[in-house]
Write a protein that binds this ligand. Structure first.
Ligand SMILES: Cc1cc2nc3c(=O)[nH]c(=O)nc-3n(C[C@H](O)[C@H](O)[C@H](O)COP(=O)(O)O)c2cc1C
Length: 184
């Protein structure tokens, strides 16, 4: 697929299914993430892949984090436990924030965001579907601990990747005269 087509025609796809994302496809996604811009070459990003049974195990941790020892309604329990089963592959984008005289925290997090965006586009070019999600679980201490995050690390996104189980929505048209204008 042409690069401009991939960038301009990509849409998020929430309904994803198997088969599993292949090792070759995962390698391309990793290469795409690695080409994110990175001020001062700090290498602030790392990515964790969650697949197979690990999705249900992390889903259980989501539920335990959400319930905080209380009994939640069945519907909520199933929602939390099944959250990561919505795609065969979930990639957690993480920023290792560190002190730098020229690179503030926001720029380090943006670099991981660019990596996630690169993977969204690469997934589309590979004929896969993907969606970037965050939500409460991205900031939850129990989830952070289970994923082995250090105190200086932040979850920037959960990138759900798989095969589209629905036809892609059409590309939204932005009709905003102020979106892209010349400064004079
Ligand atoms: C940082 C970030 C976090 C997001 N978190 C969620 C989320 O938790 N749930 C969700 O449905 N969409 C979330 N989105 C939005 C989707 O990824 C997607 O951009 C949106 O559905 C619009 O679709 P489009 O990419 O096809 O325009 C998030 C987007 C960003 C940039």
């Amino acid at each position: 697929m042409d690069a401009l087509e991939a960038i301009t025609q990509r849409v998020s796809i929430a309904q994803l299914t198997g088969p599993d994302v292949s090792d070759e496809q995962k390698t391309i996604l990793a290469q795409a993430a690695m080409r994110a811009p990175d001020h001062a070459w700090m290498r602030p990003s790392r990515y964790l892949t969650i697949e197979g049974d690990a999705r249900a195990r992390l889903g259980q941790i989501f539920y335990e984090a959400q319930s905080a020892g209380k009994q939640l309604p069945d519907e909520k329990r199933q929602k939390m436990q099944g959250m990561l089963l919505r795609a065969p592959l979930v990639i957690v984008g993480i920023t290792r924030v560190s002190e730098h005289p020229k690179v503030p925290r926001d720029e380090q997090i943006l670099s991981t965001g660019a990596g996630i965006q690169n993977m969204l586009i690469a997934a589309h070019a590979l004929g896969l579907g993907a969606i970037w999600r965050t939500g409460d679980m991205a900031h939850c201490q129990g989830v952070r601990a289970a994923l082995g995050l250090a105190d200086n690390e932040e979850i920037v996104g959960f990138l759900y990747v798989g095969h589209p189980n629905t036809s892609a929505k059409s590309v939204p048209v932005i009709d905003d005269p102020e979106f892209f204008t010349a400064w004079a």
